[in-house]
Ligand binder design. Structure first.
Ligand code: ADP
Ligand code: MG
Ligand code: MG
Length: 251
């Protein structure tokens, strides 16, 4: 049975329906890509899978690792092995990154490491990603570049080792540095955690070095198409127009 299964999932913000009758199955250790035009509902899907209270599930179910998690809190989902990358980390001047990362895993199973041991572990993770360990002493303050934000996300990913990671990549503002960081993080997560991925993106350059199992297309809150990795090149060449036309109800 799949690691993640959405069945007839619909969700709203307030009175506004956004996701409609979503069926989706993600097998363990697979890499899926979620594509679609701006405003299609891709980020909302990620938030709903994580249980973000901003959105309400109006029908359907979310099953993860054999458990119905439709009503589970975001924290419990995270502890169950779900991870959603966030695009804007908090800014806490004076707090070094290493301390922030420590707080991320505080109280979690398997993280009763002493301070020194923990710092060593994080330094090793940073090295495996080709990050300068000096980065860990940076304060979690203002002025992070896109690449530096991405480094934090990728360190959290490798630290938490989630069973399923949802990476929601902004469609704009990923410079070459940030692209490299994400691409490196994905490869390391696949290699060392044998993890499962949902990559939400327009930016097919992120996917150049990633083995993709399935590609899903979302339009106007509906999943309208699904195919193998060849679909990425097709969308690169032809865009979403044919899917958008199919999704427009006849007047
Ligand atoms: P995508 O990630 O595919 O660009 P989003 O999930 O961000 O799409 O948005 C889908 C639709 O839901 C958009 O019309 C957006 O305005 C709306 N939406 C998403 N989140 C909220 C929210 N918190 N409040 C109001 N509308 C929202
Ligand atoms: Mg968007
Ligand atoms: Mg989005």
């Amino acid at each position: 049975s799949p690691l993640l299964k959405l069945q007839g999932l619909s969700a709203s913000v307030g009175d506004k329906p956004i996701l409609h009758d979503i069926d989706l199955a993600i097998g363990a250790h697979e890499t899926h890509v979620m594509m679609g035009p701006n405003g299609a509902g891709k980020s909302t899907l990620g938030h709903v899978i994580m249980g973000d209270p901003e959105y309400s599930v109006t029908s359907g179910t979310v099953t993860f690792d054999g458990q119905d998690i439709t009503d589970l809190s975001p924290d419990k989902r995270s502890r169950a092995g779900l991870f959603l990358s966030f695009q804007a980390p908090v800014e806490i001047p004076g707090v070094p990154l290493s301390s922030f990362l420590r707080a991320t895993v505080e109280g979690r199973e398997g993280f009763n490491m002493k301070g020194k041991e923990f710092r060593k572990h994080v330094r090793e993770l940073a090295k495996s990603l080709d990050f300068d360990p000096a980065y860990l002493d940076r304060e979690l303050g203002v002025g992070f570049s896109g690449g530096e934000k991405k480094k934090l996300e990728m360190l959290q990913l490798l630290l938490l080792k989630p069973k399923l990671a949802i990476l929601d990549e902004t469609d704009s503002g990923l410079d070459v540095d940030a692209l490299g960081v994400v691409s490196r993080g994905i490869q390391e997560y696949r290699k060392t955690c044998d993890g499962t991925l949902i990559i939400i993106t327009h930016n097919t350059r992120i996917l150049e070095h990633v083995d993709v199992d399935r590609v899903h297309v979302m339009v106007k809150g509906h999943l309208v198409h699904e195919d193998d990795a060849a679909l990425i090149a097709d969308i690169d060449a032809h865009g979403f127009e044919r899917f958008e036309q199919a999704a427009t109800p006849k007047a």
